[in-house]
Each structure stands twice: as C-alpha cells, then as structure tokens.
Design a protein around this ligand. Structure first.
Ligand SMILES: N[C@@H](CCC(=O)N[C@@H](CS)C(=O)NCC(=O)O)C(=O)O
Length: 213
C-alpha cells in the first residue's frame, strides 16, 4: 500500500528528524523528498506552496491533501490523526503543549545553533556561541531535573513532547554538550530508544529522495 505521508526535509536537520521519528514511532511508512537547502530549494515557489516559511520539514498528508509546516505542529497533527502519543487526558495534552513550546523557546535554538557551529554550517563570534552554550546548558538542567522520578516527560507513557524534545537532545553531544552530568536525561533517552519504531536520524532520513518507504 502506498504510504499516507510524504516528508520533505534534509537528513542533517533536527526538525526533519523529529517528524521522521514521530512517523516511525506511529508505524507510518513515508515517502521522502530530499530538499537541498544549499541550492535554495526551500525558497522556490513550489516549496513555498508546501511550507510558507521556506523551511524544512514540510509534511504532506496524501490522504487528504493537507500540507503542514513546523515540526511541533506536525507532531500534534500526527497525534490527532493516529490517536498515538497525544496524551491521555486534557491535562496531559496541555502539559505536552507546554513542553513543546518551551522546547523551541529554550532548548532547541541554542543546541541546534551550537551543533551548526561545531559542524561548520554556521559562523558566530565566540561570545555569542558562549551565550548559546549557557542557554543550552540551562535548558538541559531544567529537563534533567524534571525527569527525576519520571519515565517520560508527561504522564506515564511516551508522548509527542518526548519525541519533540528527543529530536533536540539527540544532537546535544554533536553541539558540544555533555550529557554525562545529566543522568535523568540519559535514562530517558534510553527509554525512547527502546520504543518500537525508534530509529536514529541516519536510519530514518535518507540522503536522497525515496519514492516508497
Ligand atoms: N521551528 C521550525 C524550524 C525549522 C528549521 O529551522 N529548519 C531549518 C533546517 S534545520 C531550515 O529550513 N533552514 C533554512 C531557512 O530557515 O531558511 C520547525 O520546527 O519546523
């Protein structure tokens, strides 16, 4: 059967990985369209029709023609349409959203930027990088403290908040952040990595387009 979803992204992109991980944990095979950012493919009219912000990821739901942008919003959509990972009650869903908004407010930006500098994709003054590093460390400390005595970020089961946050923390070591002093995060990551359907970015994101998964 043809896959329901088509993911547009690039294998080096953390936000693209969040969506691929969400799809895989939901058991959804997906077509994949490689978007070469260096060639400006994300700023073409055709791509802007998929994602008005000119960023990856974009997700197409081929069953109804929907085109979705923003990894966190896409994860919410996947939870809505699959009935998985959305939280067990309204209160859990509210907490899940809070963590997802916090992610892009405090955690993702400094960690992704430090990784970008470490990999040579991004240039910045040392003082600016030091500021990002301090912000990233502070956010990791918040998450580590929250996870004490908890298996998952919200409630008793994994949710899209875990997927969203994992899709950042996975890249922390590549950004120069040590997780050795973050034992709760390390244990939580191991729990995510044990879930059926889990895959690393290398396993889930091809370097080229893939017509059928
Ligand atoms: N908040 C967005 C961030 C997406 C994002 O930053 N994508 C990067 C690649 S990792 C991108 O497309 N950069 C090119 C650009 O912004 O022009 C999301 O979660 O989807």
């Amino acid at each position: 059967m043809a896959p329901r979803f088509r993911l547009h992204g690039i294998h080096l992109s953390g936000p693209t990985y969040k969506v691929a991980l969400g799809l895989s944990l939901c058991g959804e095979a997906f077509d994949y369209e490689h978007v070469p950012l260096r060639e400006g493919a994300h700023k073409t009219p055709a791509f802007l029709a998929l994602n008005r912000f000119g960023q990856v990821p974009a997700l197409e739901d081929l069953s109804n023609g929907r085109r979705l942008a923003q990894a966190a919003a896409i994860l919410e959509y996947l939870a809505d349409v699959t009935g998985r990972f959305g939280g067990a009650s309204l209160d859990e869903r509210l907490r899940v959203r809070e963590w997802m908004y916090w992610d892009y407010d405090r955690l993702a930006v400094p960690i992704y930027r430090c990784r970008g500098v470490a990999l040579g994709f991004r240039k910045a003054d040392e003082a600016v990088v030091a500021g990002w590093r301090a912000e990233g460390e502070a956010a990791l400390a918040v998450l580590d403290a929250h996870l004490a005595g908890r298996d998952f970020v919200v409630g008793e089961a994994p949710s899209i908040a875990d997927i969203d946050l994992y899709g950042v923390v996975h890249y922390a070591p590549a950004g120069g952040f040590s997780l050795v002093e973050r034992p709760q995060i390390a244990r939580w990551m191991a729990r995510i990595e044990a879930l059926p359907g889990y895959g690393t970015p290398e396993a889930l994101l091809p370097t080229q387009s893939r017509a059928t998964a």
